[in-house]
Design a protein around this ligand. Structure first.
Ligand SMILES: NC(=O)c1ccc[n+]([C@@H]2O[C@H](COP(=O)([O-])OP(=O)(O)OC[C@H]3O[C@@H](n4cnc5c(N)ncnc54)[C@H](OP(=O)(O)O)[C@@H]3O)[C@@H](O)[C@H]2O)c1
Length: 251
């Protein structure tokens, strides 16, 4: 059984806070070398880097909106300058406007889709020739890809789109022996939840309805990301693995 990531090169978008941060720390603890992208919160990024370095790990930060092709270019440059390839890409960054559908404009549609879908798959496109055989691409999604959640129309649509795009990438990248899978999480109490107008109700409802009787923690998601990134998951291809404590199985 192989869950060690010693010297594996891992790119994580939005890897400095919340779920992405838990994924970064988990890989660092297993010896991976990290390239971590974030948008604008420099303080959280510095704290992450320091924590990884305290663990004896390597962490290169790449600041930039993943929707901008230049950000993918900067990530590529780090890989080319410091390593000769990449093993794992975790597409975790997401943004979006949480409002009633009719209160949003085309600019909100574009913002959400450009970050959550186009930016993520453009990163894979930009790095595809650098991904080593046996490489893994993992997307982070949510139950809103399949279900209807109040205020979540645009983000839910973006998650449906990224899940579908990644299934197609799984097919296209199979000849290169690259696995592409998705981890779909239930409600996790991160900063992102503060933007839900109905946050308290969402958290309360999740806690009450989850058969395993607690909310999903960032580390619960990270564990499954590491499993899917390992050789133990070599024959899992194009799948969405749900980490929600059973929330979505209840009628
Ligand atoms: N929280 C939940 O309940 C939940 C449930 C299911 C799935 N998810 C998914 O899990 C992932 C992480 O969510 P989270 O709750 O951990 O979010 P979060 O706490 O808000 O953290 C978001 C991270 O992504 C970065 N980021 C945001 N927009 C970006 C952009 N345009 N370009 C580059 N980086 C960007 C942020 O950087 P800055 O620090 O610079 O802002 C931060 O590091 C998302 O894909 C989300 O949809 C979350």
């Amino acid at each position: 059984m192989e869950l060690s990531f010693k010297d594996k090169v891992v790119v994580i978008t939005g890897g400095t806070r919340g779920i992405g941060r838990a994924i970064s720390i988990s890989f660092a603890k297993e010896g991976a070398k990290l390239i971590v992208n974030f948008l604008r919160n420099v303080e959280s990024a510095k704290i992450l880097k320091e924590e990884v370095e305290k663990l004896g790990g390597f962490c290169e930060l790449v600041k930039g909106n993943i929707a901008e092709p230049e950000t993918s270019g900067k990530i590529r440059k780090v890989i080319e300058e410091k390593f000769n390839g990449v093993d794992i890409i975790v597409l975790n960054a997401a943004s979006g406007i949480l409002r009633r559908f009719w209160e949003m404009d085309l600019k909100h549609f574009r913002w959400t889709l450009e970050i959550n879908v186009f930016g993520q798959i453009y990163l894979v496109k930009s790095l595809v020739d650098l991904i080593r055989e046996g490489g893994k691409v993992i997307g982070i999604s949510s139950l809103g890809a399949q279900r209807a959640i109040p205020f979540y129309t645009l983000v839910g649509a973006s998650k449906g789109a990224i899940e579908s795009a990644l299934r197609h990438l799984a097919l296209e990248l199979s000849p290169k022996k690259i696995n592409v899978n998705i981890v779909s999480a239930g409600v996790v109490e991160t900063d992102a939840l503060k933007f839900f107008p109905n946050k308290d109700q969402l958290v309360e409802e999740s806690r009450r309805r989850t058969p395993l009787m607690r909310l999903v923690e960032p580390e619960d998601v990270a564990k499954v990301v590491l499993f899917l990134s390992s050789s133990m998951a070599d024959m899992i291809q194009g799948q969405t693995i749900v980490v929600d404590g059973g929330y979505s199985i209840v009628a």
